[in-house]
Design a protein around this ligand. Structure first.
Ligand SMILES: [Zn+2]
Length: 413
């Protein structure tokens, strides 16, 4: 028998939260081998079946849980008050270098998978590949390339303008040929593009949306729709999109949202297992005085409503947008608790549930043999001390150990 490679480890933890809702194993061990989870469970049992020469890393009184999944981010944006102006002033080379730093910041915050829902010049694909081959430290990156939008529509400056069913179909195929993991479509307007359609107005109709989702599925990939208004949400569901982003049911009448529509559509979303990513970040709390408590409360009520109807709600921060930085993932989870999700459900929204929605259930989101070793080490029990999630002690991304805020791959104190 040969000596186990140095990257193989047995991790000992006071508590293991393996992912599936509510499961907890005290005095646990997890075996990492070749970047995968080889074994996990009660310490004595795992140690009894493990090669005794495998190095042991005792995490002392700490907790192990699956690495987080941020289902909605934009690595090309800098989270400054003017991210569009900053991006348009920068060339692709400098943007790509900045993106590498943002990927590392996500990892420091415990994010081991991020779905980038809109870039420029397919830059997220280059970053994805550099992380995947070990050149750069970062989370696993799912890419969409430049999002599809109408001419002059929401985020047109990212380079994804396409009008009418045929152009949309061709543009979707071009992205899939380039190797994107997802197709992202701006089904309605947004708040972010000066002079563009407002959030409650549809940009595309059912034929264009159906074309985009159909092409993604034809190539064995998935489709995400940015949607705010009710008509856009209805069309995106009918078109077969896998995830709905924001899904705010905004009406354009002040802070009002279309609660009747939310109630009407919730059962359909649940039955089709169409996931909703409401994109709430920790930074939103800083903006409360500007946004108004009433608006935020309506959004939270709506999330609670969808959740109670069995809709899969998944965590995502829209990192890169103003005030939504890349290093504050866990703070965004507090909103789900305020919307009425239990602590176990909140964790599920950022791990197992998100992995399912993103088509990664057989790779990550749980701590189980055969899956990638995407692990988070935190000081306390997050079920009773959720704030412990904000400052991970260590992160494993596909078995590679990262100490948050170390500049190099570190060792555990
Ligand atoms: Zn976004």
């Amino acid at each position: 028998m040969t000596t186990p490679p140095a990257t193989d480890r047995v991790l000992l933890a006071a508590l293991l939260l393996p992912g599936p809702r509510g499961e907890a194993v005290p005095d646990a061990a997890v075996v990492v081998r070749d970047g995968l989870i080889a074994d996990a469970g009660p310490r004595e049992q795992v140690l009894a079946r493990t090669d005794p020469r495998t190095p042991v890393l005792d995490l002392a009184g700490r907790t192990l849980l699956p690495g987080f999944i941020d289902a909605h981010a934009h690595l090309v944006f800098d989270a400054s008050p003017e991210p569009v102006a900053a991006l348009r002033a920068a060339d692709d080379r400098s943007v790509l270098l900045a993106m590498a730093g943002r990927a590392r910041a996500l990892l420091d915050a415990g994010v081991t998978t991020v779905r980038d829902l809109g870039d420029r010049s397919y830059l997220s694909l280059a970053l994805r590949d550099a992380v995947a081959d070990g050149t750069l430290a970062g989370p696993r990156i799912l890419t969409a390339g430049p999002p599809l939008t109408i001419t002059g529509g929401h985020c047109w400056f990212l380079g994804g303008e396409a009008d009418g069913e045929e152009e949309v179909r061709r543009a979707a195929r071009a992205r899939l040929r380039a190797g994107t993991d997802w197709i992202k479509v701006m089904a309605t307007g947004g708040t972010f593009t000066p002079g563009g359609p407002p959030p409650w107005r549809s940009q595309y109709g059912l034929p264009e949306l159906t074309a985009a989702a159909e092409e993604a599925h034809r190539f064995g990939r998935r489709a995400a729709a940015h949607v705010h208004g009710t008509a856009g949400i209805e069309d995106a569901v009918a078109a077969g999109f896998d995830t709905l982003e924001h899904c705010s049911f905004s009406t354009g009448a002040g802070v009002a949202t279309d609660r009747d529509a939310a109630r009407r559509l919730a059962d359909r979303l649940a039955a089709r297992d169409t996931a909703v990513c409401p994109t709430l970040s920790g930074g939103l709390r800083d903006k409360l005085p500007d946004l108004g408590e009433e608006l935020v409360q309506r959004v939270l009520d709506q999330i609670g409503l969808l959740h109670r109807h069995g809709v899969r709600v998944i965590a995502g921060t829209d990192a890169g947008m103003p005030g939504s930085g890349f290093g504050r993932f866990a703070e965004g989870l507090d909103w789900f608790a305020e919307a009425g999700l239990s602590t176990a459900e909140v964790l599920e929204s950022a791990t197992t549930g998100a992995a399912h929605a993103l088509g990664l259930a057989d790779r990550t989101g749980r701590i189980a043999p055969g899956l990638d070793a995407d692990l988070l080490v935190v000081d306390d029990d997050p079920r009773t001390s959720p704030a412990t999630l904000r400052t991970p002690h260590a992160v494993f991304a596909r078995g590679r150990l990262h100490r948050p805020h170390d500049s190099v791959e570190g060792s555990l104190r």
